[in-house]
Ligand binder design. Sequence first.
Ligand code: FES
Length: 154
Amino acid sequence: MGKRKKGLESMETRTLHRNIFQRLFGICATRKPSHEACWTFEEGKILLDLGRTPELAVPGGAVRLEKNKGLPERVLIVHGDDGAFHAFRNRCSHAGRRLDPVPGMEQVQCCSIGRSTFDHEGTRLSGSAKGPVKTYGVRLEQGRLIVEVQAQGA
Ligand code: FES
């Protein structure tokens, strides 16, 4: 366990279990969706059909979307223990490795040796990173998750 530094001491972090090779090579735990057709990218938004994404059916679940279908950034989508969905640019602000959710902690953690950990707002809590990770606005609409990756007109 680690603790946040000055002024943020109340927030504990936990290390996600990964072996040394997974850490060295930056192999994340979170998988791509089992049904790749569950999502599209249109007009700057990810449209994800929750009915076709079993990975996100229960709190603690997550999927990673890679840069394809026009998506300009890798994105990690997490179904938080608070029941809400959260989306992150899936690129650690230290050296760009992918992130994974930390079970029971409302946090995501870099899969590399540096183990940078961030809260669901993207704020850095611990690890090698010096800054936050980008988060995206998320909303539910008729069984679909809409992730605002690019602001309109951007
Ligand atoms: S790339 Fe994430 S801690 Fe180094």
